[in-house]
Write a protein that binds this ligand. Structure first.
Ligand SMILES: [Zn+2]
Length: 77
C-alpha cells in the first residue's frame, strides 16, 4: 500500500511511504520511504511550516499522533 503522508496543519506532502499491512501508522521505516519532503532538524522531523511530525529514532521515525494525515491506495497488479 502506497501512502501519502501530509502535514495536518498545512497539508503539505511530507512522505510517500510503502506501508506493509493495515493499521495505524506509528513508525516510518527508512527503507520504505519512497519520497521525503520533510525537514530533518537534528532528530526532529518537521514540516516546512514548523509542525513537529516525528522523532528520528535511528531505526525508524517515531510519528507524532495527529500531526499528520494519511491517504493511500492499494496498488493493483
Ligand atoms: Zn505543515
Amino acid at each position: 500500500m502506497m501512502l501519502i503522508i501530509r502535514c495536518a496543519k498545512c497539508k503539505r506532502k511530507l512522505f510517500k511511504y510503502k506501508k506493509i499491512g493495515a493499521g495505524r501508522l506509528l513508525h516510518l521505516w527508512p527503507d520504505r520511504i519512497v519520497e521525503d519532503h520533510s525537514i530533518h532538524d537534528g532528530l526532529e522531523i518537521r514540516c516546512q511550516c514548523g509542525n513537529l511530525i516525528g522523532v528520528d529514532e535511528r531505526k525508524f521515525i517515531k510519528m507524532k499522533p495527529r500531526s499528520f494525515v494519511r491517504s493511500g491506495s492499494y496498488v493493483r497488479k
